[in-house]
Design a protein around this ligand. Structure first.
Ligand SMILES: Cc1ncc(COP(=O)(O)O)c(C=O)c1O
Length: 419
């Protein structure tokens, strides 16, 4: 049996009903903007491997940095011990936010960074004897697949079987701050925090929200004295054109969740940043006020070293220029798509993200058009994984003119072939 067949016999993959795609392609290696399959085909990674990769695969600077750390240290428990790369990374990340946050809490992925944020938020209030137990979240949001993260996200197809087990959350429309006003006045002493994906709701269909309205909601939340939690798991590290999407906004969060691009997409790692005021609420003679949260691999040394190398690349002028260039390319291509006669409901771009919604009978994640599009592009050696009838491009910053042209022209070919 080859690896595809052995995979089908042994592995249950994420987000997959296996009878629909009985055998998966086998990736032998990945370099730069491409995966190489075992049959010699190369596939262009136009969605950064689920939005994680920043600088291309097998980047020598990241590999070199990891192997240097690996020679000395791979993994140690992070309760009661520390190590140099974790310290350097925490300092570096906190520095990017100009001192607004005083502490970085490590975990393993985006969902855990959100779980930590929720615990910080609820316990911040309970440690002070407050009864605030309600979270306000945005309609159409997505924050991860663990139970807390599912609870604070729109009740969607992703979480349907678990709806009875999710804690209650007040959902408001990001484009209508009046709904937040209403919730805050209905529960003046109960709301603990507002969680949001700044500017772009990713898994919910790459929906964009203008900074003005979002800032209005954040201002209202600030005025009400509740905590703001920005989930920058997808939007962080340059995707929206700024280093973090919150930098487009006037009002800044109290807690920030980071993951995905944090390590350049090479190793798993999550970070939750907190202000000094939140951190202080947990420092008490009473040990019950401890944040009792940790994972076996919290602060993994190799992940931290990958993150340090990735950050160095990200902050270089050539990378910033690349992000600006991708932004211009997307903008021009969006304008071009708007001129096509095709059932396109909406085309939009922000930073390095481009999204196109198609008119379909059945819209949303389960639209069949999504699967058809995925196959169309894969047959042409391009990895694009639409969210239902929403096609999006979210490339690593290593994409050059050849990769961008190839992606755009196959999108145009798809549109012309279909409609
Ligand atoms: C905004 C946001 N938050 C959290 C997550 C969960 O991250 P992970 O898949 O690493 O658990 C995602 C994943 O797509 C995300 O887009």
């Amino acid at each position: 049996m080859n690896y595809s067949q052995r995979d089908a016999a042994a592995i249950w993959h994420p987000y997959t009903q296996h009878f629909r795609s009985p055998e998966f392609p086998v990736i032998k290696r990945a370099e730069g903007n491409y995966f190489y399959l075992d049959d010699g085909t190369r596939v262009l990674d136009a969605i950064s491997s689920w939005w994680v990769n920043l600088h291309g695969h097998s980047h020598p600077a990241i590999l070199e940095r990891i192997s240097r750390t690996m020679a000395d240290l791979q993994q140690v428990m992070f309760a009661g011990f520390t190590h140099p790369d974790a310290v350097c990374l925490a300092e570096r990340i906190l520095g990017l936010f100009g001192g607004r946050y005083s502490k970085a809490f490590f975990s393993d992925n985006g969902s855990t960074s959100v779980e930590v944020a929720l615990k910080m938020c609820f316990q911040y209030w309970s440690n002070q004897g407050s009864e605030r137990k309600k979270i306000v979240a945005f309609k159409n949001s997505y924050h991860g697949d663990t139970f807390g993260a599912m609870s604070i996200a729109e009740r969607s197809v992703f979480s349907r079987p678990f709806w009875p087990f999710l804690f209650e959350v007040e959902f408001v429309a990001p484009e209508n701050p009046e709904e937040l006003v209403e919730v805050l006045s209905r529960y003046p002493e109960e709301v603990a925090g507002l969680i949001y994906e700044p500017l772009v709701q990713g898994a919910g269909g790459m929906r964009f929200h203008g900074p003005e309205l979002l800032d209005q909601s954040l201002a209202l939340a600030k005025k009400a004295g509740i905590l703001l939690i920005a989930d920058e798991v997808m939007t962080g590290f340059g995707r929206t054109g700024e280093l973090f999407a919150s930098f487009h906004l006037e009002h800044q969060p109290d807690i920030v969740c980071l993951s995905k691009g944090l390590t350049g997409g090479v190793l798993p790692l999550g970070l939750t940043l907190s202000t000094e005021a939140i951190y202080r609420a947990f420092q008490d003679e009473d040990r019950n006020k401890t944040l009792f949260h940790g994972h076996s691999f919290t602060g993994n040394a190799l992940s931290c070293s990958a993150a340090l190398a990735s950050l160095e690349l990200l902050l270089r002028e050539d990378c910033k220029e690349k992000i600006r260039w991708l932004e211009r390319m997307h903008r021009d291509f969006s304008s071009h798509l708007r001129t096509l006669v095709a059932p396109i409901r909406d085309v939009r771009s922000l930073g390095t993200i481009l999204a196109v919604d198609f008119e379909t009978e059945r819209s949303g994640y389960l639209s069949d058009l999504g699967l058809a599009m995925q196959k169309f592009f894969m047959d042409r050696g391009i990895l694009l994984r639409p969210l239902g009838n929403t096609l999006y491009v979210l490339p690593p910053y290593s994409f050059g003119a050849a990769e961008v042209d190839r992606t755009y022209s196959s999108i145009e070919t798809f549109i012309r072939s279909q409609f």
